[in-house]
Design a protein around this ligand. Structure first.
Ligand SMILES: [Zn+2]
Ligand SMILES: [Zn+2]
Length: 390
């Protein structure tokens, strides 16, 4: 595979669009991103990555414009969602993913995949059911499939000193997985859901959303606290006529399980890191992929956020941010080791960082780097690259 040939074909394929001015690192202005707010011509065919929200962590309320982390893979007009960060549903329609009238919207959403159960990845999961019932979910012939982490199984240890630690919530079930979380959500919103069933003849959500905890292949050395992501081969999660989805465990302590996902399509492949420190499992999963969407953190921001000296709570938060995520100066080496062609930075922490702060992502990586912006459409286009190189 010739990287130069690949770049030429991308630019040729989208010469008037987002990638036109792309050098080795591409930082797109909000204006450029806004120009891609609806599906580009021809997007209903082929395969595209769509960035819905690119903000990492729980910073949306602090005036950050980017939505919470959420992405989509669009293949032959069918939509596959990764994570339900704050504002994903609004971005879904802004990106042009809603089905055209007279359909209502979510008819094209085929399946969704949750990387892990940190709140910034699932805070707007209820929107799928509570608003989706009025946005096309009711008209669907088949349920939306949702795949997410199963139960953690045991509580994480207290980090540092035990003094000042609050009592946990829900001690009878302190680490529920995706399926149990969904059933709890239905109970929590039962007043609204039952109003809609009885008054507006909306369907029971169980008939429109089919939820499944992802089964992890048995491996003796897995332990949620001491070995949450041992070396492992990627394993299958989902397959239909458009995509094959595989997963692996990545290292994002104290979270377990935390997944990365790979989507293989006839038009190309894209991998989502989820939240992780630099991960051998991710490098194995992403080997040779066309696009790697990787989380990234600016550790200088962490130092500014939690200046020393730190108290125990501040030290714990700073430690999590630095050791459970991937620093901007390290992400290029991950992309190089994975032999991917394009590195897309997302889950930006902080999302309102000066754009130049992300330039170090190019260190150690010979491919192209894109700094993700909400509402970007990025073609996978493996076929056209292959043709261009022949
Ligand atoms: Zn996150
Ligand atoms: Zn996380």
């Amino acid at each position: 595979m010739n990287r130069n040939g690949m770049r030429v074909s991308w630019r040729r394929a989208s010469s008037a669009a987002l990638l036109a001015a792309c050098a080795t690192i591409c930082v797109f202005s909000p204006t450029a991103a806004a120009q891609q707010a609806s599906a580009p011509a021809g997007a209903r065919a082929g395969a595209h990555l769509v960035l819905l929200g690119t903000s990492g962590g729980r910073t949306s309320w602090r005036g950050v414009q980017a939505a919470g982390i959420s992405s989509a893979v669009v293949v032959n007009g069918q939509v596959y969602l990764v994570d339900f960060g704050a504002g994903w549903l609004r971005r879904y329609f802004q990106a042009g993913l809603g089905a055209p009238p007279p359909a209502r919207g979510l008819e094209s959403l085929r399946a969704a995949f949750i990387t892990h159960l940190h709140a910034d990845h699932v805070v707007d999961y209820p929107s799928l059911v509570l608003f989706g019932a009025s946005d096309g979910l009711s008209e669907r012939k088949t349920p939306v499939r949702v795949f997410g982490p199963g139960a953690r199984g045991k509580l994480p240890p207290v980090s540092g000193s035990t003094s000042g630690v609050s009592a946990i919530v829900s001690p009878e079930s302190p680490t529920p997985g995706t399926l149990a979380m969904t059933e709890s959500m239905y109970r929590a919103f039962a007043t609204d859901i039952n109003d809609n069933i009885l008054e507006s003849r909306k369907p029971n959500p169980h008939t429109r959303v089919e939820v499944q905890d992802i089964a992890i292949p048995a491996q003796a050395d897995i332990d949620p606290n001491t070995n949450p992501a041992p070396d492992m081969a990627p394993f299958p999660v989902y397959q239909d006529e458009n995509v094959k989805v595989t997963a692996t465990l990545v290292s994002h302590p104290p979270v377990y399980p935390s997944f990365a996902f790979r989507f293989d399509t006839a038009e190309g492949s894209v991998v989502f890191s989820g939240d992780t420190s630099p991960s051998r499992n991710l490098i194995r999963l992403a080997q040779g992929a066309d696009v790697l969407v990787h989380e990234v953190i600016d550790t200088a921001w962490v130092d500014a956020l939690y200046p020393k000296p730190r108290n125990a709570a501040q030290e714990a938060k700073a430690h999590h941010l630095v050791h459970s995520h991937t620093a901007v100066e390290d992400v290029g080496a991950v992309a190089q080791a994975a032999n991917v062609k394009v590195l897309v930075l997302s889950h930006l922490a902080p999302a309102d960082n000066a754009e130049g702060r992300w330039a170090r992502a190019k260190e150690g990586f010979s491919g192209d780097v894109l700094v993700g912006k909400d509402l970007q459409w990025i073609p996978l286009r493996a076929k056209s690259r292959t043709n261009a190189e022949q």
